[in-house]
Every structure is written in structure tokens, then in C-alpha cells.
Design a protein around this ligand. Structure first.
Ligand code: ATP
Ligand code: MG
Ligand code: FE
Length: 353
């Protein structure tokens, strides 16, 4: 079936069109430019931008795919998790389309869609799949036995998301926003071993052992790391020394990437998962890709990293997961649902209201 997916959970307005595992269109419009001067995504501004760009993005996706609304078999939209006001714009647009065309509508989980998008780059996903999602709003390890019915949250951040940590540390170092690409770039000129920053939730009391797992064995924490970077910057300034920005950036990045890759690989090994899929905006990070590839290889885990345009927020991932949900024979959600800013990963598509 031909599926059209709409995404508006954060700062990207996305409309994607897929047929099975085939990607026909993936049009994205980002309001990032409007958030730069605030140093972070402002929910009200993001929602307003979705309102402006939704119809042009839809039009462009249909044109790119060479199809018309009439040709679409089912509609899908992100219902959560995400920013409440931003989600509402996509959901309202999708409901309007569903009512006007009479086509079935599916309310789709944004996080599970970051995994489902894998079918568009590399084909079918195995039933012993792990996923590491790292973005501005998320840091999660998932166990995915079946995309449409069996997804489990294995670990998550207890404070900041990985991308959020990059953004906050970049600000401390005067590198601007968004911080991820800036730190990635300048870290190449620095020494990642210059300063040993803390690896959050890596102490034995949190991690435990495979037999007796600690409460936070697969969880993450980045707020202590951010504070440690701030202290380090202050110490150089207090002594009247130049702040070694490249070394601090590289050492910060090493701390994030070390703990994220270690825990993801450990989760796969201990849960018997043969394949790990990487998703989210931080998947663009060069050091993360390098270390994750190396650690997956030594552990005998197959690593799948979809192309960057499918890792960041987009509509094709919503269409791709919905395509699976439709094929599995799940009933459409209809138009009686609300957004769920905290939608759990176990809620893959919302049931009919
Ligand atoms: P969500 O969390 O809902 O997926 P988001 O808009 O916060 O939404 P993305 O758009 O997927 O997330 O990713 C943006 C984040 O990725 C930002 O925090 C940015 O700093 C980070 N990022 C982008 N490129 C890199 C990079 N090369 N290295 C590290 N972080 C990066
Ligand atoms: Mg974004
Ligand atoms: Fe996302």
C-alpha cells in the first residue's frame, strides 16, 4: 500500500511517502534557524512554523513522489512523544486530510518510527534487534522483537538527552547552537584523553553485573558531565589561562560516546540481540559512528545506520512504520485520538478511540 506519513514532534515538519520498503518522497522543513538565537528549540515557535510549512511540505512530497492524495491508501501521523503544541499541528492536519478524503488514519509512535525507518535503508529488520536512539530530546536503548507489536524500553537517560548535552556544552564553550556539529568538528583538533570527564551511571552500584543488574545498568545521565565541563572551564578562567576548547570538546565527546556505545553493546549482548540500529540526530556524530562500529564488530553485532536524512526527524519514518502496521492488519486509529507528549514505546500505534 501507498502510505503518507506526517511528522511534527519537534522542529522538523516532515511529510514522507513510501510503498512497502520503497521510499518515494521525504520532504522536510526545519525551523532550526528560528531557534538559534535562543540556544534551544522554543515550543511556541516550532508549532507556529509547522502551521506555516505543513501544506507546502505536503505539496512538495506529493510532487516528488509523482502521486496525488487520491492515490494514497492510508495516512499516518506522529501522535507522540514530542512537544505538545508541535504535535497538535501535524495531528490536526492529518485528521483534516482523513476526514476530507475518507482514508484510514494511523497515530504512530515517533521513537519506534526512528527504528522502523531502517527498512528503507538496508531492507528487512531481524526479530532480534536492538536500537540506540540519540537525539536532542531522546537517549534510549530499545529491544525490538516485532516492530508492530513487541517493543521494550531497555534503558534511557535519567536527565539530559545526549544531543541536549552537546548543545549545553557547546554553549559553555562559546561554540553556538546547535552544538553537536560544532563539537564534532572542533573535537577533531583536540585530544579526547586530555581530561577524564565522568561517565554517567557507570559506577558498579548503578551497573551491577549481568546476573544481578543494577537499577541503572542500561541507563544514562549527562547532567553531571555537563557540570564537570563547566567546572573545568571555570578553573582555566580563574587561573587566567586560555580555555583549551578543542581538548575539552574532544574529552567531553569521548565521555558521551564511550558510555553510550558501551551500554548499547552490553544491552545487545545480554539480551541476545544480533543487530543494533542507530537513530536520531546525534547519529551524525563521527566519533560515535567510529567507536560504535568498532565495539559492535568486536562483540559480533551487526550495526545498521540509516543514511543521515532518515536518522533525523522526518515523515518517511512515520510512513515506513505505518506501512508495517497496516500490513500487520492493525485497525486504524481513526480521528478520535489526542496527542500523547509522553507516549511510551510500548504504544506503537494508538488503538481506535
Ligand atoms: P527528537 O529528539 O524528537 O528526535 P530533535 O530535533 O531534538 O528531536 P534531531 O533533530 O534528531 O533531534 O537532532 C538534533 C540534535 O542532534 C541536536 O541536539 C544536535 O546538537 C545533535 N547533533 C547533530 N549533529 C551532531 C553531531 N555531528 N554530533 C553530535 N550531535 C549532533
Ligand atoms: Mg530536530
Ligand atoms: Fe526524533
Amino acid at each position: 500500500p501507498l502510505i503518507l506519513g506526517i511528522e511534527s514532534s519537534c522542529d522538523e515538519t516532515g511529510v514522507g511517502i513510501v510503498r512497502g520498503n520503497e521510499l518515494l518522497a521525504n520532504t522536510v522543513s526545519s525551523s532550526m534557524d528560528q531557534h538559534v538565537r535562543f540556544g534551544g528549540v522554543i515550543p511556541e515557535i516550532a508549532a507556529r512554523a509547522h502551521l506555516e510549512t505543513m501544506i507546502p511540505t505536503l505539496r512538495q512530497a506529493l510532487d516528488t513522489a509523482g502521486v496525488e492524495l487520491d492515490d494514497i491508501d492510508a495516512l499516518a501521523v506522529t501522535s507522540g512523544p514530542g512537544l505538545s503544541g508541535a504535535l497538535m499541528v501535524g495531528v490536526a492536519a492529518a485528521k483534516a486530510l482523513a476526514v476530507a478524503t475518507g482514508k484510514p488514519l494511523y497515530a504512530i509512535n515517533h521513537l519506534v518510527a526512528h527504528v522502523g525507518v531502517g527498512v528503507l535503508d538496508g531492507g528487512e529488520l531481524p526479530s532480534d534487534l536492538g536500537a540506540l536512539l540519540v537525539s536532542g530530546g531522546h537517549t534510549e536503548i530499545l529491544k525490538v522483537r516485532e516492530l508492530t507489536s513487541d517493543v521494550e524500553l531497555v534503558g534511557q537517560t535519567i536527565d539530559d538527552a545526549a544531543g541536549e548535552a552537546y548543545d549545553k556544552v557547546a554553549r559553555l564553550l562559546g561554540l553556538g547552537y546547535p552544538g553537536g556539529p560544532a563539537i564534532d568538528r572542533i573535537a577533531r583538533e583536540g585530544n579526547g584523553k586530555a581530561i577524564r570527564f565522568p561517565r554517567g551511571l557507570s559506577l558498579p552500584k548503578f551497573v551491577g553485573t549481568a546476573e544481578a543488574p543494577g537499577k541503572h545498568r542500561y541507563d544514562f545521565s549527562f547532567s553531571g558531565l555537563k557540570t564537570a565541563v563547566a567546572r573545568s572551564v571555570e578553573q582555566y578562567q580563574a587561573k587566567g589561562l586560555d580555555v583549551p576548547v578543542a581538548d575539552i570538546a574532544a574529552s567531553f565527546q569521548e565521555a558521551v560516546v564511550d558510555v553510550v556505545t558501551k551500554k548499547a553493546v552490553m544491552a545487545c549482548t545480554e539480551h541476545g540481540l544480533s543487530t543494533l540500529l542507530l537513530g536520531g540526530g546525534v547519529a551524525a556524530n563521527s566519533r560515535l559512528r567510529e567507536l560504535l562500529a568498532a565495539r559492535c564488530a568486536s562483540a559480533g553485532i551487526t550495526l545498521r545506520v540509516p543514511k543521515p536524512s532518515l536518522c533525523t526527524d522526518n515523515g518517511a519514518m512515520i510512513a515506513a512504520l505505518a506501512s508495517r502496521v497496516v500490513s500487520a492488519g492493525v485497525a486504524p486509529t481513526g480521528v478520535g485520538f489526542a496527542t500523547d507528549p509522553g507516549q511510551p514505546v510500548t504504544q506503537i500505534s494508538l488503538p481506535a478511540a
